[in-house]
Every structure is written in structure tokens, then in C-alpha cells.
Write a protein that binds this ligand. Structure first.
Ligand SMILES: N[C@@H](CCC(=O)N[C@@H](CS)C(=O)NCC(=O)O)C(=O)O
Length: 235
């Protein structure tokens, strides 16, 4: 049995899949996709989107589909909650994290005070001319995506206030409970955690999260159960 994860290392979606694999105790190989050479992996991901997972010759693209597949192929421990209403909520929260919260990260990381770390990390595996050309082009390319989506057209202060309201909602939701959807860790916790993690790498996101103790304690719980780094990775 082999599992291979094709990824951009810094992508929160890749972090989501790695944590899910660790939660299930599965060993996996990683193939790092270079931004400058991602067409080399079109056979694995025809859309050019990563992560993609290959398990015994079967390919699954999209982190949500990958997590669902992992629950089918390796049922225990389950990612999806057992109770149907908890599972429904987890589905909604996972989609909210992937398709909405992600855009706060995408909008905030090209801001001048945030761009250096992410350009450095994104290009950590690149070298030479590709590296210097991409370093110049990437912040504006990302800002363009954020503007097309809409959030990137708002004033910085409005974006930060909107994110503060979402973090307030998470802080309130976590009162008296340990996990987002049901009595144990689920796909919802992993999906939201990875987005909070990348938002922590913006000046504003970090300050907002640090001011919310229940959110911080929940982050530590998710990290303990489904760690961000660690075991079983062979390169
Ligand atoms: N819905 C997808 C989103 C994956 C995604 O957007 N990945 C980005 C990296 S963070 C990507 O592959 N970007 C390359 C591109 O858009 O061409 C998932 O959950 O896996």
C-alpha cells in the first residue's frame, strides 16, 4: 500500500490532508510540486490544482474529496462525525473554511507587512531565475485573485473587522465544547485549523487570534490530535 501526496508545502489544503493522514496514522510519501514546473504533474492533476493524493494507483484531487476518500478507504478513526447532524455541520464548516476563510488569507498575505514570509516559503523549493521572477510576480498575482473574488476590493480595515467578526463567532461557538462539530475531532476542526494557521502568519490575523483564548486553546487541541508536522513523512 502506498500513499503519495502531491503538494505545495505551504498550502493550507496540503496541511489539511497531511493532518488527516496523521490522524489516521497513515504513512505517506510527499512529492513537492514546484510552482515553476507544476505542468509536469498535469497527469496527476489536470486542473493544475494541488493537493492531489495517489493511493494504489487511484488519484483524488481536492482536499475535501481526499478526506472523504480517506474515510472510505481507511474508516477508523473516522474524520466525519458519527451523528448525522454533526456530520452535516462539519460538511458546512469544511466548505466555509475552504471557500471563504481561505480568501481572508489570500487577501491579507500580499499586503506589504505580510508578503515576505509567504513569498520566501512558497519559493523555498525554487532556485535561480525562476525564484527571482516568481518572487516579483507572485504578490500581485495573488492580489489579483483576491480582487476577482471580491474580498480583495475592500479596505484593509474592513477586511480585518470582517475577520474579527468571524473569529468572534468561533470564540462564541467554542464556549463549553472542545470541538467544532460533535464530541471528538472531525474534518471541520482540521479544515478550520489549517486556515487559522496560515492567517496566524499575517500580522493582523495573529493579533486577532491571540486575543481569543478559547480559539487558542482549541488550536492547541487540534494540533495535539492531528499534528501539523511530524511522523511518517518520507521524501
Ligand atoms: N478546493 C481545493 C483548493 C486547492 C487550491 O486552491 N490549491 C492551490 C494552492 S493553495 C493551487 O493549487 N493553486 C494553483 C492554481 O490555482 O493554479 C482543495 O480543497 O484542495
Amino acid at each position: 500500500m502506498t500513499i503519495t501526496l502531491y503538494q505545495f508545502e505551504i498550502s493550507p489544503y496540503a496541511d489539511k490532508v497531511r493532518r488527516a493522514l496523521r490522524w489516521k496514522g497513515l504513512a505517506f510519501r510527499v512529492v513537492e510540486v514546484l510552482v515553476s514546473r507544476r505542468n509536469a504533474h498535469r497527469a496527476v492533476s489536470p486542473t493544475g490544482k494541488f493537493p492531489a493524493l495517489v493511493h494504489d494507483g487511484r488519484t483524488i484531487v481536492d482536499s475535501t474529496d481526499i478526506l472523504r476518500y480517506l474515510d472510505q478507504a481507511f474508516p477508523e478513526p473516522r474524520l466525519a462525525p458519527d451523528h448525522p447532524r454533526d456530520a452535516a455541520l462539519a460538511t458546512l464548516l469544511e466548505d466555509w473554511a475552504d471557500e471563504s476563510l481561505y480568501f481572508y488569507d489570500l487577501t491579507m498575505r500580499p499586503w506589504p507587512q505580510n508578503r515576505q514570509w509567504f513569498v520566501d516559503d512558497l519559493l523555498a523549493h525554487e532556485q535561480g531565475l525562476a525564484r527571482s521572477l516568481l518572487a516579483r510576480a507572485i504578490p500581485s498575482a495573488i492580489a489579483k485573485v483576491a480582487r476577482a473574488q471580491g474580498l480583495g476590493r475592500k479596505a484593509e480595515a474592513t477586511v480585518v473587522a470582517d475577520l474579527a467578526a468571524l473569529y468572534d463567532a468561533l470564540e462564541a461557538w467554542l464556549e463549553g465544547v472542545e470541538w467544532l462539530a460533535g464530541p471528538r475531532l472531525s474534518n471541520a476542526d482540521i479544515a478550520v485549523r489549517v486556515m487559522v494557521n496560515v492567517l496566524d502568519r499575517t500580522v493582523e490575523g495573529k493579533a486577532l487570534r491571540a486575543a481569543r483564548p478559547r480559539l487558542g486553546a482549541w488550536c492547541a487541541r487540534v494540533d495535539a490530535a492531528a499534528p501539523p508536522e511530524g511522523i511518517s513523512v518520507t521524501r
